[in-house]
Design a protein around this ligand. Sequence first.
Ligand SMILES: [Zn+2]
Length: 290
Amino acid sequence: FIFYFLPFANLGTTINHYQLIAVIVESASRKIVSFGYGLNFLLIKMRTLTGLIKNNHIFLDFIKSENNYAVQLNRDIVFISRKLFIGKTAFQNACWKCGTDQGSSNLFCEKCNALQHPKEKHNLFKVLKIEEDFKIDEADLKNKFRKMQTMIHPDKFSNRGSTELSISEEYSSLLNKAYSVLQTPLKRAEHLLELKGEQVGESDKIDDPEFLLEMMSLNEEVEEAGNNKQLLKKLFDKNKSVINELEKEIQENFISNNIENTKKNVIKLKYFMSIHNRINKILRELGVTD
Ligand SMILES: [Zn+2]
């Protein structure tokens, strides 16, 4: 056996992170020596070890004595090494650079100040650290976005090595995505539904003939308004108030957890938003901005 030492991270036990655990790599896999590579292999090994620890209560302790490092397994010293390998793997809370446990969701390592990989990629509310709700404080959202955007801007990392630069690029594009989704009520609602395991697809349509007729006649009204700025503005405002009402209903539906109605309203909102964008585009082409 070859032992590699890894910082203790997220094994779901109460061992604190200053204790180190060893990952047992069988000699056949000797070629996996560097921790920068073979990440999947190591993660599988970690999982195996996690299972060991949980099911058989095997604790691997790490002891440092002068220049030697020893691994203790169930009170027997099983391995002594002169060299300490610190894992550079992407365990959730360990710094990729120095291995220090991050604990909280800091952007930068508390010890070596290296920019950390985004802890959260799926839940965009968590990315921007705002409460997961349809109703949001738009000013707060904008503030948080701007602040984080400044902190992780790739320009700041051009001299800090390729890893941090690429993390900053990855993080920046994630931030932009999160901001663009969360600032738009329609996209925000769709994302919230997605987080609840519900999807509103392109093919989801309203099959209420009355509603569809209403949409047709609205589109005709826009058509007929032509380049009449006043008329267009009036249609725009009327449409906007419908959108506001729908957003209120969506908020109420989310509060009462009425997913079916939320979905229906989200689909309706899509129709009204497409009219909104259409009128907006014509008005901008006519030089009207507000
Ligand atoms: Zn670090």
